[in-house]
Design a protein around this ligand. Sequence first.
Ligand SMILES: [Fe+2]
Ligand SMILES: [Fe+2]
Length: 483
Amino acid sequence: MIDPTIVDYDGMIPNNVGLNADPRLRRALERWHPGYLDWWRDRGPEGFQEKLVYLRTAISVEPEGWAKFGFVRMPEYRWGILLAPAIEDRKIGFGAHKGEPAWQEVPGEYRAMLRRLIVVQGDTEPASVEQQRHLGVTAPSLYDLRNLFQVNVEEARHLWAMVYLLQKYFGRDGREEAEELLSRRSGDRDSPRLLGAFNEATPDWLSFFMFTFFTDRDGKMQLHALSQSGFDPLSRTCRFMLTEEAHHMFVGQSGVGRIIERTCQAMRQAGIDDPNDIERVRALGVVDLPTMQKKANLHFSLTLDLFGSEISTNAANAFNASLKGRYLEDQIDDDHLLLGAAYPVLRLKDGHIVEEKVPALSALNMRLRDDYVADAASAIERWWNRIIARAGIDYRIRLPHVAFNRRIGEFAAIHADPDGNLLSEEAWQRRRDEFLPTTADNLFIESLMRPVTEPGGFASWIAPPRAGIDGQPGNFEYVKLAG
Ligand SMILES: [Fe+2]
Ligand SMILES: [Fe+2]
């Protein structure tokens, strides 16, 4: 019997899935590995591949103390296959198979649906690495540079996690899907990544922090929903990925928080009370708060599209099949079948946004999105608005209405302002620049993107963090750029 908490570090691939005892899987992974390394070199972080970076690596899967910190060159990072410890006698918690023992093998009738869920999740992981690959050269500090690379290697490990499931449980078509995960490209016209937000550019560090705040948070919600899965290997994989996801969201919420903090500080020092006095605030070399709001509007609305259509038979089928649950399904007090239940959904009716009760099974995307919105809203209060309030500045970052700037679902065909008021095409064109970043806004942000590479130094537009990574002091050299 393999002890699932012990990680085998001797082989090429750190793992707690007994890889040495599974020659077929081992061969499949070893065949995939060179292509993966090519992908990392070609599409992973540009430059810095030979530099030593202070990264954490998973060395155990126990909830506490799984991370070991040390200097590594990124191509030598020990990407591994790590599953959260098995829960003994785990039972399926929802859907048609509720109460049955969790599946250790793929149920034949759901094979295609399950593979699709894994491929869609898997596709997002390398996509974000590709989106962020140019950011290293403009990092505002070595601390931030290190955090970027930590997020990148962990997203790449998430790719490994999904590839493991495909190769172990889906035979030849799983292996083909694993190859295709390396061949699609974020933003590529011919072979794009599967989901829209993962084909958008991440051109600057404000975008990166907003992305990790808003879009990695979608990742958190999806992983939570999949961690409820009746297919136990998927559940265990996602549970372990969530421990890493927490750091990605920390990078986003603290990153934006530090930009806000610096802006408020600079405004105070210059005696500027009016946050909308954009020219004067920008002249201080910091990002004005209204531009932060516009960036939040953009990233929030792009991320909402990732939840898919409000009414969805795919989502109902995946729940019924006991493959994908709700957020914190095991903590919800209901029958976990949802057969006669209803759920309120915002819909477009006769040119108005109205709330309508629909069968709860068909509204699972909506429910996950609602949970996401609540999670994001509370993080904004705790992490961002508290900083602004403490500085005594009269401004609040807030989430735009869910109908704002959408490409998918009920509101894809209409325009709405951030308060949810419907706008004509003409009014939208006229007012769009009030709500979303303009070319001038983006050029201003770009003008701030000058790298700071001396240990302990930070760019003018971002405050230092409260504490170092792994308790390191403020002047710690997180990335060794010399030599
Ligand atoms: Fe991820
Ligand atoms: Fe992430």
